[in-house]
Ligand binder design. Sequence first.
Ligand code: NOJ
Ligand code: CA
Length: 672
Amino acid sequence: MNIFLNRILLLSLMFISLRSMAGEFSIQINSPDQKLIIRAELIHNRLYYKLLKETEELLRPSSLGFVFSGSDSLNEVEILDSEITTVDETWKTAWGQRSEIRNNYRQLELFLKDKKKDRKFKLIFRAFNDGIAFRYEFSENPENLTILSEESRFAFAGNNDCWWIWADYYTLEKLYNHSLLSKAQHVAAPFTMVSQSGTYMSILEADLDDYAMMSLKQEAGDSLCFKVNLAPWADGSAVKTSGAFKTPWRVMLIGDNAGSLLESNIVLNLNEPSLIKDISWIKPMKYIGIWWEMHLGLASWGLEGGRHGANTNNAKRYINFAAEHKISGVLFEGWNTGWENWGKPDAFDFVTPYPDFDIRTIAAYAKNKGIEIIGHHETGGDIIAYEKQLDSAFALYKSLGIHIVKTGYAGPTNPNTENHHGQYMVRHFNKVMRIAAKYQIMLDVHEPSIPSGLSRTYPNLMSFECVRGMEWNAWSEGNPPTHTCTLPFTRGLAGPMDYTPGIFDILENKQAEKRVKWNWQDKGISAVHSTLCNQIALMIVLYSPLQMAADLPENYEGQQAFSIIEQIPTSWDETHFVDGKIGEFLVVARRSGSKWFIAGITNEEARKITIPLGFLKKSETYSISRCFDGKDAHFEKNPTEYTIDKMKVTGPKSIEMPMAAGGGGVIILEVD
Ligand code: NOJ
Ligand code: CA
């Protein structure tokens, strides 16, 4: 992987002073296609940048800088030098939405000096054709700085139409708001919007390492200006540095349509190539697991009430189903002791299974059937206890031939004064990522900080939650159809998402009499708010290299539609946006080898989408399988009616995808 096929580096040292008055300066770079223009400006010694897309102003002059502890503000600078370079390279992914990625940008490096101190630093801008990024680098004269505030701003030029969730420092599991920019106050990234002239933008971060996670806060007195806000430490500081440090990249994806946001690779491109040389043990896959039955209240994670889900017989039942249905992995939650004490210090023991879960027998049984076990570490947020056990916990899994672990952080952190999104937790998540790599273990992290493309550098970092996922449909009023039509354009832009789709018992009534309420949010009205076809389509639309078919094996048995799930790949050669509107509907086309998978989802509105197939070869005959909502299907009234049909077409020009309210569909095309 990471073979550099082609790299052009044009280096030009330059120092252009467009205005030569002391303390005033301006320099600009354009994207390779010339359309995006970043202009860095020094006005009365203060640094600003502004952004244009051709003649459209996207950002007004937006200030940059820092406030450090000790009455130390970096807000007056001197420009020592500047350098503009161009990079055009292509690299191969370990897994992902495409097998090759082009990385093409122009870069402006500003070498700066803090006017009030003898402190030098760099500000780097990159202009891609589909967005921009900037970061600060402090590598000279290292000193231990405590950042109280990063003063980077996005001063938008218009009152854009936005999709956002409220930011707090604890969770990203929320439903989206759709409003004008001026109505958003404190939002989590990715923060997606469209300008009045139809330019789509999303603000997010890349390469988040040893820093605090970013949210965006509206400025008092300027409702269109948003400042980077960092989740603080308990003592109020934002980031504690020691010596040289870099901020994460502040990224803005930009495009003419919503689809260009989805097709952007900027976040991955802003991360370093893989540090893991042998990636033969890293394998994307579909999985099932002892999981949904606990969320539904049909079983429990602990031993209480004799309803323990993770027992040896049940584990074998899941392994058997996986082996018979082309599913590679099985997750076991609730296998280890401690669930009775969730929330108390030192609750979980990550090396001791419950007595009814014979881990060695199960590992041997799975191995014999060619099934990968997905282990589970629920920490409850007790970082102190987890870090003590990290090595022994991963060593146990490694000794059993287990290469994947799902981690979870549901609960306030211990030390319980630290924020989930602060630097303390970012450090912890990245420490686990590095230790897991040492044990050749892939990770699926629940309740983490937002993905920022680190999976390029550590491709064992497979999937992330950071989303109000399927579990909410088991014990709350659930997620409306519009939620999943918003996610690809918001949360999905940051990286893979373990949403855990694939539920077939949509109304959750197959074993209703056995369900026991366990979650305080459960009002007894839970259901999945989609059709069955939508659930299958989500497995393609919402990208995750570890993709769960989340329902119980008994709900899949005998269902013809499961044969579609069996065929869905978890890593792709190509991915394209076909059609869509944020929050309304989305159709994507993905290719794996010679097979194309086209998947669509819609919100509460039924629609029929005509998909142009111009990208297929005209002369060839294709076998086409379609799985779509039945003619009377409806996500609330009739969610499970579906039709599967097959046909052969030579040189197909277009194909129809009918979608019921809350519905979806999948079309598989293969050269005959
Ligand atoms: C929350 C996770 O998101 C979910 O997948 C898991 O089952 C529970 N925590 C228990 O660990
Ligand atoms: Ca969760």
